[in-house]
Design a protein around this ligand. Structure first.
Ligand code: HEC
Ligand code: HEC
Length: 392
């Protein structure tokens, strides 16, 4: 039989080429029509699945950050779970209630509201303060060198952390069996589990694993600070001390002050913090002992996780107890309010051992704040891969 070139075939090839060009991950029937119908009743999920590949900019790769990649379909399922209020005792609270994307995935309340309007004693941690959870958090993916989760470093993995929030009586207050029941009762989870696991068996382990994939996909690395650091391809602390060409004189002056007074603890590249916890002289007498409250080790009393400061300008209030309302208050704490404490870190002491004091004048305080403002990542806060997928 003579081969003819059908115009229909040509048309089809063109359609495919155009589709492939605009959307490299194009997949004609990602969800079946039946699955699409079920999902679309409740959720706004893209027909073409979002890509959760983590691509860190050059300066963070130069710093040795090599994130384990997450599994896309588990991250998509995890996104829905993260925003699902049905995963709480009274149906009012989701992870996203205390971790709001427009606030760097933190909360503007000093103490977030949990089920039945209960409040805890710690300020929500801004998840976008971290460059990439997958790059240095979680002993499951980063071994013994992993940074632990929570103000008191009590969770080793994202799964453990999520279980803590879901079952905490003042947060979501469910037993894991109630979590899986709540998930089973929603028809939109069937297709999502099928995609993520090849079947629709709903187990607590899968729920936790999927939330962990979503959290591990999170990170913020597109701030003005990152644009400058990646443009220059920076790799060591000395280079970070040089002026950034795209920074204003005020921002550069603030950066220099930060490198001098703050980077020992908060890191020079806003990546992996050099220390996992410290005492920063917030109080002379602490009601919450932080890491030491859990370990009961004297030298750890009054010590807390050292948060990285990405998106710090949008994640007020500050400190483990949300006691400082503004960045001005924070700077004032370091400049004139550091309290003597047996465990006060040496970086915050003068040479005679007393708390460091009055090392910043009025201009320098403003410069430091201008620098902290360069850490806001507008791209990350608008990233729809991490937004609430629920309709209404
Ligand atoms: C009622 C508010 C609330 C809810 C609901 C909540 N969180 Fe949190 N989250 C917090 C607070 C407060 C902290 C800090 C607690 C502490 O350190 O003891 C925190 C800490 C975290 C951390 C640690 C970040 C770090 O850098 O150490 C992660 C990750 C996290 N939450 C993710 C989640 C996930 C996932 C869920 C849902 C399964 C969730 N949270 C639900 C308030 C909440
Ligand atoms: C000794 C290590 C250390 C040094 C030096 C240090 N910090 Fe901190 N910082 C901490 C610790 C620990 C916390 C958390 C303390 C707590 O919650 O009780 C913290 C908390 C913060 C927070 C609040 C973060 C949040 O998410 O709530 C900001 C902002 C901050 N520091 C800015 C600075 C600035 C600016 C400097 C330099 C002037 C500085 N820090 C120097 C250890 C340090």
């Amino acid at each position: 039989m003579k081969k003819t070139f059908s115009p229909y075939a040509l048309f089809f090839v063109l359609v495919i080429i155009t589709a492939c060009n605009s959307k490299p991950d194009f997949n004609f029937f990602y969800y079946t029509p039946e699955q699409t119908a079920v999902l679309a009743k409740t959720l706004n999920l893209p027909e073409i699945p979002d890509d959760y590949t983590i691509e860190l900019p050059i300066h963070l790769r130069n710093a040795g950050l090599a994130p384990s990649q997450v599994e896309r379909d588990k991250a998509i399922l995890g996104r829905v779970l993260f925003y699902d209020k049905k995963l709480s005792k009274d149906g009012t609270i989701a992870c996203g209630s205390c971790h709001k994307q427009n606030l760097g995935f933190g909360d503007d309340r000093q103490f977030s509201l949990g089920v039945n309007n209960q409040v805890g004693e710690r300020n929500s941690i801004a998840l976008y303060s971290v460059a990439s959870f997958a790059a240095y958090y979680g002993t499951d993916i980063n071994g013994a060198s992993a940074i632990p989760f929570f103000w008191d470093n009590r969770a080793a993995t994202a799964k453990e952390q999520s279980m803590g929030s879901l079952t905490n009586p003042i947060e979501m207050d469910l037993h894991m069996s109630e979590v899986t029941d709540a998930v089973r009762n929603q028809d939109y989870y069937q297709p999502l589990f099928e995609k993520a696991y090849g079947d629709n068996a709903i187990t607590s382990d899968r729920v936790l694993e999927s939330i962990a994939n979503f959290v591990n996909a999170m990170g913020s690395y597109s701030s003005k600070f990152d644009v400058e650091a990646s443009k220059a391809g920076l790799y060591n602390a000395t280079q970070y001390a040089n002026n950034f060409s795209g920074f204003t004189a005020t921002e550069n002056a603030g950066k220099a002050l930060f490198m001098q007074h703050c980077a020992t603890c908060h890191s020079h590249n806003m990546g992996r913090p050099p220390l996992t916890f410290a005492n920063n002289g917030l109080y002379q007498v602490y009601t919450d002992q932080g890491v030491g409250g859990r370990s009961n080790i004297a030298s750890q009393k009054g010590t807390f996780k050292i948060p990285t400061l990405r998106n710090i300008a949008v994640s007020a209030p500050y400190m483990h107890d949300g006691s400082l309302k503004t960045l001005e208050d924070v700077i004032e704490h370091y400049n004139s309010g550091i309290k003597p404490h047996a465990n006060l870190h040496t970086a915050l002491k003068a040479s005679n051992g007393t708390p460091k004091k009055n090392f910043l004048n009025i201009d320098q305080k403003a410069q430091l704040i201008a620098f902290l403002n360069t850490l806001t990542d507008f791209q990350a806060s608008a990233d729809t891969r991490f937004s609430n997928p629920f309709k209404q």
